[in-house]
Design a protein around this ligand. Structure first.
Ligand code: PBG
Length: 304
């Protein structure tokens, strides 16, 4: 779920038909309905005003930032809905990267970023997030986040680790939705120094198992559809619950082909999810969730 400042109607996202940027009030009402439909949890992504972005992503540590206001409002209104909040700096940095940069600006500074993420985790957990979800891919962040949460007495806040997150072209529509690509003036942010190489399967498994050792409660593979082999191998390597994130580009491509009349929307959608389940995912993050939970909806959402 994307949340924005202000009031009023949900805002459409061009490349993600049926997905919106919600104002706070509207988000709460929407989440109440989703929970009634049987959706167990939502992942929250803030659309930060450009004026609040800076190279260090300072807004991430503002205890009244948008995503924390959303967490508090949702926990009060729909307590049974699980809230997953992203730990990464891309919604807050003017360059759109997931962390703070090194002095020469050539790369993300791993350790400085990890210390900011640990502080973010305390703010998120303290505000009521059930799980924090580090999506940044810095080394050692799960251990630091777990330690910080425990020291803050937030022992019940879980960690959903983006354990195998690849440097993928499939994140394009998401970057439009949160404005991270726009902030950097490009549609193709290069995150290859910290996200995984799509060609390297063993590195992905190794990286995911490190997150388990460091204290993750759930491991996640992302994207899902193009990485079914990684899901299935990781399913055999870990006893933790395994999640898969069917990302924005996977969603967009099915909608686009269906609009052109080239693919059958419902059958392609369902097959894409079935395949992720078959590969071994115990849970799926997907922009199709509302439609799937509401089996009566047998057509793309209205404005599609
Ligand atoms: C960033 C983040 C991204 C997504 C979730 N968290 C994009 C990126 O790494 O640039 C992508 C999700 C999607 O494409 O649906 N920390």
């Amino acid at each position: 779920m994307f949340v924005r400042e202000g009031e009023g109607e949900p805002e459409k996202i061009g490349s993600m038909p049926g997905v919106y940027r919600h104002s706070l009030g509207d988000l709460v009402e929407k989440c109440r309905r989703l929970s009634d439909q049987g959706i167990p949890g939502v992942a929250l992504f803030p659309v930060t005003d450009a004026a609040l972005k800076d190279p260090t992503g300072r807004e991430a540590l503002n205890e009244n930032c948008l995503v924390l206001r959303a967490v508090r409002a949702l926990k009060a209104a729909v307590p049974r809905l699980l809230l997953f909040t992203d730990l990464a700096l891309d919604p807050y940095t003017s360059h759109g990267h997931d962390g703070v940069l090194t002095a020469d600006g050539a790369d993300v500074d791993n350790d400085r970023t990890v210390s900011v993420l640990a502080k973010m985790a305390i703010l998120h957990g303290g505000s009521g997030a059930d799980f924090v979800a580090p999506s940044d891919m810095m080394d050692g962040r799960v251990a630091s986040i777990r330690l910080a949460l425990d020291e803050a007495q937030l022992t019940g806040t879980g960690i959903l680790a983006y354990a195998a997150k690849f440097a993928s072209a499939y994140y394009g529509p998401f970057r439009e939705a949160v404005g991270s690509a726009y902030a950097a003036g490009t549609r193709s942010l290069d995150k290859r120094t910290y996200q995984l190489n799509p060609a390297n399967r063993r590195e992905a498994i190794q990286d995911a198992l490190l997150d388990e050792e460091e204290g993750a409660d759930i491991l996640m593979v992302k994207p899902a559809g193009a990485y079914l082999d990684v899901i299935s191998e990781l399913r055999r390597e870990t006893l933790l619950p395994l999640a898969a994130y069917q990302v924005s580009g996977e969603y967009a491509q099915i909608h686009a082909a269906a609009r052109l009349g080239w693919l059958d929307y419902i059958r392609t959608r369902d097959e894409s999810l079935l395949a992720i389940r078959r590969a071994g995912a115990d849970m799926i993050l997907t922009y199709f969730a509302e439609e799937i939970a509401d089996r009566r909806s047998e057509a793309p959402l209205k404005d599609a």
